[in-house]
Design a protein. Structure first.
Length: 201
């Protein structure tokens, strides 16, 4: 296992270097969004701020999720390149993210995997909460991957209010436009968030 503190942007974090092999579901369990090209974004409770993330690259399917995790989904993916798992803000360049440590396992480019995404703490953040980058994360994520043939996505657990809200509003997510939650231009939303930050200083 290795860890990362990721910085969410506009309630979203992209999961790299994975792409979903099934793009029929735009939103899965109110926890992830999948775009037309298979890009995977995790939904967070905080609008902007730190997210505590942990990653496990396993040789076979793990035991079932621990009770502490509020929302859990699984989907089949393919590694787009030989690289370790990482989460980055949806408007960020991959180079802006914290580099994985030397203990990070590399995925095999072009290989099929199954990914299980666990999240908790999303309901602790207000709907427009901005947490300073060095603040204490409310959101916690565990990403597990293991080699597997493609199979249908599944929702194992969906107990948070945030998951229910995003699932009910899944019609606002459309293919390549999912990142803005149907709220308009990403640059405009980024500017609004920055203005909110400035107002709080």
């Amino acid at each position: 296992m290795y860890k990362q503190v990721a910085q969410t942007e506009n309630w979203r974090l992209d999961l790299l270097p994975l792409v979903a092999t099934d793009t029929s579901d735009t939103v899965l369990g109110g926890t992830v969004s999948i775009d037309d090209e298979g890009g995977i974004a995790l939904h967070t409770g905080a609008m902007y701020g730190p997210v505590d993330a942990a990653f496990e690259v396993l040789g076979s399917v793990p035991d079932g999720p621990a009770q502490e995790w509020e929302d859990v989904v699984e989907l089949s993916v393919r590694a787009a390149e030989a690289a370790p798992l990482i989460l980055i803000g949806i408007f960020s360049d991959g180079g802006e993210a914290d580099e994985p440590g030397t203990d990070a396992d590399m995925l095999e480019s072009g290989r099929d995997y199954r990914v299980r995404i666990h999240v908790r703490g999303r309901d602790k953040s207000g709907s427009d909460e901005l947490i300073e980058p060095d603040g204490t994360p409310n959101d916690h994520v565990l990403v597990q991957v293991w080699p597997s043939e493609p199979n249908k996505p599944t929702v194992t657990r969906m107990s948070s209010a945030k998951a229910g809200e995003d699932e009910r509003n899944s019609e606002t997510f459309s293919g390549s436009g999912y990142v803005t939650l149907g709220m308009g231009d990403p640059d405009r939303e980024d500017l609004i968030a920055q203005n909110l930050r400035d107002a709080g200083e």
